[in-house]
Design a protein around this ligand. Structure first.
Ligand code: TXA
Ligand code: MG
Length: 346
């Protein structure tokens, strides 16, 4: 077997082209490179090279029908890959790029089938991370990159969280420390009217709606006709431990909290070592038998930044169940709740 990837440390110090060039050349020549973005780490390949892109699917164990996001250095690069570039795309690119918004448009002829899962559209994103942007520029090709995790599991927000399989499949890993947002980009379908939110993410629905008008929600059925965004179907973002979600009414009286504790502990034998994760310091002691208690930040952004790291740490600590206090059903928590809900699906 090939040796593990070469690590390029970029955590501190100036960013220079000589440091990034070997990884950029590897990308251009069909290699796989793990690189930082403002959301999560990506596993990149030359989007115009079907063989290179196939290596991503193999490394991740990703179903062939689940298309990849193509990362570009600017709006011009995106436009070159689109079959049609609607005004809404121009407006979003102008106002939100570089940034954590991915836009889905009709694909152009240069985009290989394997990138789009054979579908008629392509997802495009211009990341807001100096290393990602410079790497893509130096590579001189658009870069297809899903999150750098095995399909279905938690996305890495730091290099320490990359699993051995992804490490072994990559030529280079660029380590730039923890990602700023910690949750993936927001994915918007602009091929339909009104624009549709396919995946809530690091950019809020409200900020995107301020540019393109109100967004409709993806209501594609989970069976039958093909999903609009296959990656948003079914269980995903899940640690090895079983995740269970716990709703606690904001005005939760003591007896209600006791009830929750009793409920969670009823099946204690099956649950094994259990962790309790809450965003409310007042609920720190709700789960009396917790082997580990994590009090998360109470702001949605800071919570999102920490979430995947916490799930990874609890897995590493041998937890078998992670009970998560579900944050409120308000717009600011939309992306966090989406990831928690998906992590908890069986
Ligand atoms: O923040 C991010 O978006 C990260 C970083 C690395 O850029 N990337 C990422 O990629 O999250 P991935 O592959 O893990 O998730 C991409 C999502 C999937 O749910 C996929 O189904 C959807 O975008 N997607 C990709 N192309 C699509 C298309 N043409 N139409 C609809 N959905 C698409
Ligand atoms: Mg992913």
């Amino acid at each position: 077997m090939r040796a593990d990837a070469t690590i390029i440390p970029c955590v501190s110090g100036p960013l220079d082209d000589d440091t990034l060039m070997p990884a950029a050349l590897a990308l251009r020549e069909g290699g796989l490179v793990v690189f930082p973005t403002e959301t999560v780490y990506g596993l990149g390949a030359n989007a115009l090279d079907p063989h290179a892109v196939r290596r991503i699917f193999t490394a991740k164990g990703r179903p062939a029908g689940n298309p990849l996001i193509v990362h570009v250095p600017n709006a011009e690069g995106a436009r070159a890959l689109a079959g049609h570039w609607p005004e809404t795309a121009a407006a979003l690119a102008e106002q939100m790029w570089p940034g954590p918004v991915t836009i889905v448009v009709q694909r152009g002829p240069s985009v290989p089938d394997i990138v789009t899962g054979g579908g008629p559209t392509v997802a495009l994103r211009c990341p807001d991370h100096p290393i990602a942007r410079r790497l893509i520029e130096l590579a001189g090709v658009p870069v297809a990159a899903p999150s750098a995790n095995v399909s279905g599991s938690v996305s890495p927000t730091r290099v320490e969280h990359l699993c051995p399989r992804i490490r072994a499949a990559s030529e280079y890993i660029i380590d730039a420390g923890p990602c700023e947002y910690g949750l993936e980009s927001t994915v918007i379908d602009l091929t339909v009217t009104p624009p549709t939110l396919l995946r809530p993410g690091a950019m809020s629905r409200a900020s995107i709606a301020a540019v393109v008008g109100p967004l409709s929600d993806d209501r594609s059925p989970s069976g039958g006709s093909p999903a609009r965004s296959p990656g948003t179907q079914g269980k995903h973002y899940a640690p090895r431990a079983e995740v269970i979600l716990v709703e606690i009414p904001a005005s939760g009286e003591a007896h209600c909290r006791r009830g929750i504790n009793d409920h969670l502990l009823r099946d204690r034998d099956q649950r094994g070592k259990i962790a309790w994760v809450t965003h409310d310091p007042e609920c720190e002691e709700v789960l009396s038998a917790a082997a580990s208690v994590i009090v998360m930040p109470s702001s949605p952004c800071a919570y999102g930044r920490r979430l995947y790291a916490v799930l990874q740490e609890l897995d590493a600590a041998g937890m078998e169940t992670i009970a998560v206090h579900l944050p409120p059903d308000t717009p600011e928590w939309e992306a966090v709740r989406d990831r928690l809900r998906r992590a908890a699906l069986r």
